[in-house]
Write a protein that binds this ligand. Structure first.
Ligand code: NAD
Length: 244
């Protein structure tokens, strides 16, 4: 495949692996980051060393003006976006009884508002091109819920409803919109959980282990490929059999 892919929050973790995978698959990749410029530049260098094309672009994807200028810079530097991967996300856990409104807003803004803003910006050129792929990173927390993650689960469930609605809005324009819902994946986000929690979680996973970022990236790569041309509005769970 060729064309331009934009991956949000791609300086590390799952987003980084997605950027590397899409570059290997032939896309020119815009590596978006919020603040980790050095890490994003490292991802770009890795892609370029392997013979690919990439740029690192700073933007807080929950900010409407920043998203508009992000898309205009990607278009100027690489061309119009064919594949958008809404990956950027944060957690700020707490039981609902103790959760502040700020804790709710920041998680909803980063994880859900960003998906709306980036999708809206990407659709302009995709509708014109009558083709495009949007892949939103949800979570099994948005399907099954998770105590202590009321804000995060709401955002990730919101992504699923949004994905299905947009899939129905733009399917006639040749654009597919899907969500990937990872389970427990080894990244900085889950590193803080501690050995006891991880042991407990692994016992609930059919495959008996946490997943790797590249195991999520391979599903995203598939959904971005021409092999997935007849799949839209779906939520693909990549969790080793956690949410069975
Ligand atoms: P991570 O914390 O390593 O990566 C998230 C990235 O998003 C970071 O680079 C961060 O800087 C970036 N980001 C945060 N806010 C941003 C903003 N406003 N603008 C731009 N970038 C921003 O976490 P990860 O585990 O790689 O998570 C990637 C995605 O996968 C997230 O959406 C997360 O919710 C989802 N997910 C992760 C797991 C897991 O177990 N790790 C499970 C299910 C879903």
């Amino acid at each position: 495949m060729s064309g331009v892919a934009l991956v949000t929050g791609a300086a590390r973790g799952i987003g980084r692996e997605i950027a590397l995978k899409l570059a290997r698959d032939g896309f020119a990749v815009a590596v978006n980051y919020a603040s980790s410029e050095a890490k994003a530049e490292k991802v770009v260098a890795q892609i370029e060393t392997a013979g690919g094309r990439a740029v690192a672009l700073q933007a807080d994807v929950s900010d409407p003006d920043a998203v508009i200028s992000l898309f205009s810079t990607v278009t100027d530097e690489l061309g119009p976006v064919h594949v958008l991967v809404n990956n950027a996300g944060i957690t700020d856990d707490g039981l609902v009884l103790r959760m502040s409104a700020d804790q709710w807003d920041s998680v909803l803004n980063t994880n859900l508002r960003s998906v709306f803003l980036c999708t809206k910006a990407a659709l302009r050129s995709m509708v014109r091109a009558r083709s495009g792929r949007i892949i939103n990173i949800s979570s099994v927390s948005g399907i099954s819920g998770n105590p202590g993650q009321g804000n995060y689960s709401a955002a990730k469930a919101g992504i699923i409803g949004f994905t299905k609605s947009v899939a129905k809005e733009v399917g006639s324009r040749g654009i597919t919109v899907n969500a990937v819902a990872p389970g427990f994946i080894k990244t900085d986000m889950t590193e803080t959980l501690g050995a006891a929690v991880i042991d407990g979680v692994e016992q609930q996973i059919a495959l008996g282990r946490m997943g790797l970022p590249k195991e999520v990236a391979s599903m995203v790569g598939y959904l971005a490929s021409s092999d997935a041309s007849y799949i839209t509005g779906q939520v693909i769970v990549v969790d080793g059999g956690l949410a069975l």
